[in-house]
Design a binder for this molecule. Structure first.
Ligand code: URA
Length: 235
């Protein structure tokens, strides 16, 4: 693929702007400066750098973010900044979007992608992808609440009771629960329907993919092939 096209695809601006960056020797291919915008570059395992910052060639931009509180999962946020502001401008330019939404005050694992197929697969109601949450509650958690969540609770506007796929007491005021749907405020509404109240909510995992312990709030990284496998992508 032509070098200027690679840069443009990765969100570095217009074709003309990318051409100028390359001519100004700001771009290197596998460590070697290349000033020819029309150079035909093999994209397999390619790492290019712009102004000394490495970028892996990525057909799609698929990322995992440790969402901090105080950010909205929308491209057009209303009251707080968008989670997309935590990403470099080049990724935002690629039209990436969060897969599903976490509330503004919810923290933890958020997937972001411009791969429509990945987004569709993980959001599809049919696939029932498990999402694991740790909820800090206002009142102590008891077995009756766990039993109610496992048996199913009726939420407003829902015709059928919704069951937690798994649910356990994780501390006096701590509840770990797994849901396979992605309904609005689902966990908070389910816990309220079971007679408690969520004070703090954190997502620990989606599918088999856990939030990496070393990914700090506000940090992101590319999804690896192994991560995508844990998400069941392509299966
Ligand atoms: N359930 C909620 O209530 N809030 C979230 O952010 C995610 C799931």
């Amino acid at each position: 693929m032509q070098l200027e096209r690679i840069l443009q695809k990765h969100g570095f601006g217009t074709r003309k702007g990318c051409r100028a960056m390359i001519r100004n020797e700001r771009v290197a291919i596998n460590g070697q400066v290349c000033d020819d915008p029309f150079a035909d570059v093999d994209t397999e395992h390619l790492i290019f750098s712009v102004d000394g910052v490495d970028w892996p060639y990525a057909e799609f931009a698929s990322l995992i973010l440790n969402k901090p509180a105080g950010y909205e999962c929308s491209r057009k946020p209303q009251h707080h900044p968008s989670v997309l502001e935590l990403l470099p401008v080049q990724l935002r330019e690629r039209d990436v979007q969060p897969i599903g939404r976490l509330d503004e005050d919810t923290t933890g694992l958020l997937l972001i992608t411009d791969d429509g197929q990945l987004n569709h697969q993980l959001s599809s109601a049919k696939r029932k992808v498990p999402k694991v949450y740790l909820a800090t509650t206002k009142h102590p958690v008891d077995q009756a609440q766990i039993d109610a969540l496992l048996a199913g609770v009726l939420l407003n506007d829902e015709p059928e009771p919704i069951r937690a796929a798994a649910c356990e007491i994780a501390g006096e005021c701590l509840l770990r629960l797994t849901v396979t749907e992605g309904k609005y405020h689902q966990v908070k509404r389910m816990v309220a329907a079971a007679g408690n109240r969520v004070e703090v909510l954190h997502r620990e995992a989606v599918g088999e993919l856990k939030l990496p312990a070393d990914l700090k709030p506000g940090e992101w990284r590319w999804l690896s092939a192994a991560d995508l496998q844990q998400l069941g992508y392509g299966q």
